[in-house]
Write a protein that binds this ligand. Sequence first.
Ligand code: NAD
Ligand code: DAU
Length: 331
Amino acid sequence: MRLLVTGGAGFIGSNFVHQTVRERPEVQVTVLDALTYAGDEQSLAPVADKVEFVKGDIADADLMDALVKDADAVVHFAAESHNDNSLSNPWPFVQTNVIGTYTILEAVRRHGTRLHHISTDEVYGDLELDDPAKFTPETPYNPSSPYSSTKAASDLLVRAWVRSFGVEATLSNCSNNYGPYQHVEKFIPRQITNVVDGVRPKLYGTGENVRDWIHVEDHNSAVWAILEKGRIGETYLIGADGEENNKNVVELILELTGQSRDAYDLVSDRPGHDLRYAIDSTLLREELGWTPRYENFRDGLAATIDWYKANEAWWRPQKDATEAKYAQLGR
Ligand code: NAD
Ligand code: DAU
């Protein structure tokens, strides 16, 4: 199988490529990535001799056409992915998440190529803290931020191309991932690297917001299950029952790094901050037989802390610029 992976130099995409090379050596992987501030070719260094790397933009129609022509399937991770950035400057989100996905859809339509589209649980908006409900594939779309609204738009494009043009696509909407190679702008790596630097972790608002954490390897094993066994046109929600509020996560990071559990600061809240996400992954588990491997969040987090401590050379070049952006926002 010849597999084209967009966004393969980012957090989830690079982990997907590592896992694929390790577990499915027969798959020929080509990575297409624009190497934006969020992409790093170093994230692919351990597999550099086993995959082809192409630097380019998913919104470049000629390039997409040429790469899709030579692929049996496309897994589409490439996106602008950070909510805070989308509040400061929404345009790259519209360009990459909407126009970029449209460009991929037109290429797979022309060549009859199988597509798996990676998306987020944020398309469903948020839940109350005390609501027993979780997101299901039937939950109406209700995105809050420029990021999540452009991801919602991209999902709707994929669904329309399946129905109107017979494109062979599946979709997945996953909850918050954690693990190695995640950019230091994101919550968990930001707090771990702050502690390494002797800086107090920063919690938005009151810290009561809840995220449904899943280890990146569990997200990617679900993507493979969908790619191999998923029904065309179906949307699968990916989650591992990992609900934690942000305060608990910061306290756990402090405890696991030998600090006092209250050594953090509350900072100003993110505008429009979604309160709670929670995934019902019954369809994925029952129809495709998927189960997560990393069911103990504390152990997964401890391993992630160890990875950041051991791989400072990977994240250090991004840290100052990232914190300078947050300083401008007062966070
Ligand atoms: P990331 O920001 O770490 O990586 C995105 C990658 O896409 C980067 O390598 C970047 O260079 C590349 N890219 C951006 N614009 C591009 C363009 N125009 N052309 C080609 N490449 C481009 O993001 P991530 O956290 O790995 O997220 C990957 C996907 O998973 C996204 O679609 C995101 O919406 C989705 N997702 C993320 C999470 C999460 O918790 N991180 C959860 C659910 C879904
Ligand atoms: O739910 C899936 C989504 O998860 C993905 O679609 C996004 O690409 C991914 O970035 C993530 O979005 P969040 O906005 O939930 O992730 P982030 O890491 O930015 O923040 C997680 C929570 O932590 C959120 O409630 C905001 C809070 N936060 C974040 C930062 C950076 C803090 O309290 N302090 C911080 O310094």
